[in-house]
Unconditional design. Structure first.
Length: 433
């Protein structure tokens, strides 16, 4: 009986201490969610020695310390998180920001570039990193520029979008459709980005992006493609808002012949509802000019509006849904395959599973309706398209990754000559400089 009494007397203070720890943890989390960072910092600081292996507590302590100006303590907390969870991309970003506040600019730049080299990060996160790097390099009195080059081998099962059916009927006459063509291509994609800060914190920046894409088929050289684009933009960030006004020009050549030139304007706004939920909206106006005389009646004005909602599911994963409306209007001519309205819904899920491996899933459904009546098919054309894709990347070195990607695409049209299906498979490398 005495032994039981002594055990109870020994365990009771331990139980009370554990209860007190959990109660303090709950109070700290309530303060953190309410953005009362001073209170959450004080409470988390009392607890972290008892929960050194708790990733969430250390991250929240780091954020609370950062928001209250205790940057050295914030850095220590983020470093503990990195040891516990090296796949935590959000933690890497916050650590880079903390380096910047501590005026450790070289460490800040290296940390930001490490995250920037990951192809799985969403575009809006990439843009925020570019803005931070522009400030880092401004302090260092140098310009921030980075280059990404991707090279891969691609197999395309239906290069020419050959119809699924072997024939189609006009009136009482049956015609054979074109055969599908498949081939292997070498693809090279290069993006160079320069961002220059022209304001104070949360101010303006100028971004310049140039893109080069080359696609060369082994046998079907008539489909070889070259694409060049230049897009300058003005960026403005203020608290929860990020605004961008982009203008651009691009050109496409097909089989070494000029094919298409376009010019566009695209204002875009992003709003952070919470630390994990973001909305974005953009409008795009584009003029399309086809370069071959026989295709001049394809010239059109392109209008596009899109809304996206992104949810950061965890420090290493996110999901995003976009809804897009498109309208094209021909400038001249009598072709019936230019004017159309299109609606798209697409979704992306990405996850950095381990420090080495990451993956992405993509799906889209779209509907396109043409305005002009086709006397040939005795109907206006309507297409329903579906796409699904997946990719996996593996880090070989800090700025070098191997990437495998596959995609399936199918379009069903009420004019069956335009119905097709195809799949592509690619394997290559992505290098950042």
């Amino acid at each position: 009986m005495k032994k039981v009494f002594f055990v109870i007397m020994f365990m009771l203070p331990v139980y009370i201490l554990a209860l007190d720890v959990e109660q303090t943890y709950s109070q700290a989390m309530d303060a953190y969610r309410a953005k009362d960072f001073q209170t959450s910092y004080e409470l988390f600081s009392k607890l972290y020695l008892t929960k050194l292996s708790d990733t969430n507590l250390n991250f929240n302590l780091g954020m609370s310390a950062y928001e209250t100006g205790h940057y050295e303590n914030a850095l220590a907390a983020f470093e503990r998180v990195e040891m516990l969870d090296p796949t935590n991309l959000r933690n890497k970003l916050e650590k880079a920001r903390t380096y910047f506040m501590l005026k450790m600019y070289e460490d800040s730049e290296l940390s930001f570039r490490e995250v920037l080299a990951n192809p799985m990060i969403p575009e809006n996160v990439r843009k925020n990193i570019e803005l931070y790097l522009s400030k880092v390099t401004k302090v260092q009195e140098k310009s921030f520029t980075y280059l990404t080059v991707a090279m891969d081998m691609l197999y395309d099962s239906n290069i020419n979008y050959g119809p699924m059916d072997d024939s189609y009927t006009i009136g009482n006459t049956k015609y054979a459709t074109s055969d599908k063509k498949s081939d292997i291509a070498l693809q090279v994609l290069a993006n160079i980005v320069n961002v220059c800060d022209i304001g104070e914190a949360n101010g303006f920046a100028i971004k310049n992006r140039a893109t080069v894409y080359l696609n060369s088929y082994q046998k079907e050289s008539a489909y070889d493609t070259k694409y060049f684009a230049y897009v300058p933009s003005l960026l403005y960030k203020y608290t929860k808002y990020t605004a961008e006004m982009a203008a651009g020009a691009d050109t496409i050549t097909l089989a070494n012949k000029d094919y298409l030139q376009t010019f566009f304007l695209m204002p875009r706004v992003e709003y952070e509802h919470t630390n994990t939920l973001r909305s974005s909206v953009y409008f795009k106006y584009q003029t399309k000019k086809f370069q071959q005389l026989v295709q001049s009646d394809l010239d059109a004005n392109h209008y596009e509006v899109s809304y996206g909602l992104q949810n950061i599911l965890s420090p290493r994963s996110y999901a995003q849904v976009n809804v897009t409306g498109i309208q094209e209007k021909k400038e001249h001519g009598i072709r019936v395959d230019v004017n159309y309205n299109e609606y798209k819904l697409d979704a992306i899920y990405a996850n950095q599973f381990t420090p080495t491996y990451g993956g992405e899933l993509y799906a889209q459904i779209r509907e396109r309706k043409y305005d002009d009546y086709s006397a040939l098919f005795n109907a206006t054309r309507e297409d329903i398209g579906k796409s699904i894709g997946a990719s996996v990347s593996a880090k070989v070195m800090e700025t070098l990754r191997v990437k495998f990607k596959t995609n399936y695409d199918r379009v069903d049209s009420n004019q069956n000559v335009f119905s097709y299906e195809k799949y592509t498979v690619s394997l290559g490398v992505v290098q950042s400089f």
